[in-house]
Design a protein around this ligand. Sequence first.
Ligand code: ATP
Length: 318
Amino acid sequence: MRSYTLIAPAKINLYLEIIGDRHDGYHELAMILQSIELADQIDLEANDVQLIRLRSDSKEIPVDKSNLAYRAADLMVQEFPDSFATYGGVDITLHKRIPVAAGLAGGSTDAAAVLVGIDLLWKLGLTKSELEELAAQLGSDIPFCIGGGTAIATRRGEILSPLSGLGGIYIVLAKYRSLSVSTAWAYNTYRSLFGHTYIKDTENLAARGNAVHSGDIVQAITRQDATEIAQKMHNDLEKVVLPEYPQVLQLKESFAKYDILGTMMSGSGPSVFALCESQEKAEQVKLSMREEIPNMDLELFVTRLITHGIQVKSQFAI
Ligand code: ATP
C-alpha cells in the first residue's frame, strides 16, 4: 500500500482590506496572507475499496462529506476518474492541531494537503498552478495554502502574487477554545455597516485591489522590516468583530501591554496574534498572558512565520 504524510500549515492575515461587492455574492478583497508553523498533519493511504474514508482525532469537525478534506478528495475523483479506477480510494486521517473556526484557514489547508497528496498517490504530476486552479473551486483561501509563504491575495483571495518570504519572526497566537466567529456573519455585518463606502464601478474595484502591491506593508515585507510590518498591519473585519466579541478585544488590549511589535486579529477571528522580535520574547509574552488571563479556555501558542505551504513529511510504498 502507498501512503503519504503531509504537513498542512495554518495562515494568518497580515493585511485584510474589504474593497467592494462582487456579482457572485463574495467580497472583492486585498489581503496579505502568511503561513505559520502551527500545522495539521494529514495521512493519506491508498485503499482498494474505491471509497474516500475520512477520520479525525478532533471532535470539533465533521467527518462526513461536508469536511473540506473530503470535498477535496471528491473533487479529485470527479476530475480524474481513470486514476481513481486505477489506484483505488483513499483513507484520510486528519490530526488537527490548528484551532477550528479561528480565522487560521484550518479546513482550507487540510483540503490543500489532500489535493497535493492525491496528486502524489495517483502520480498525476500536476503543476502548482494546476493544483491552485483545482483549489479555487473549493474555497478562496485554498490556493494560497498549496504553496504558502507570504503572498498578496486579491479578488476573492484566489489571485496570488508571492512576496519574498519572511523568516525569523515569531508570533504568539491566542484563541478562546469555545469562542468561534462565523466568517459569513463577519462579512455580512461588515456589508450592512460599511456597504455605503464600497467602491462600485468595476474598473476602480480592480485598481484599488492592485494598489496593495505598492502599499507600505508590501514595501516593509520586501525590506524584511518586522517593526514596520507590525505598524502597517490592518484588518477591516476588526471593525465588526471587536465590538461584538469583547473577549477578542481584550486579547488585543492585553497583548498591547507587552513588549511586542504589533497585534492583530487574523481573518474573521476570533484568534489574535502578536508579532514578536524573537522566540524568547514570544515565550515571555505567552507566560505574561497566561498569568494575566488564567482562564484555561484560552489557548496560547508560540509559533513562527514560515516560507512554505504543504509539505510531504514522509512516504511509504510496498
Ligand atoms: P478561514 O480562515 O478560511 O475562514 P477558519 O480557520 O475560520 O477558516 P476552519 O477551521 O476552516 O475556519 O473551520 C470553519 C468551519 O469549517 C468549521 O465550522 C468546521 O466545522 C468546518 N470544517 C470543515 N472541514 C474542516 C476541516 N478539515 N478542518 C476544520 N474545519 C473544517
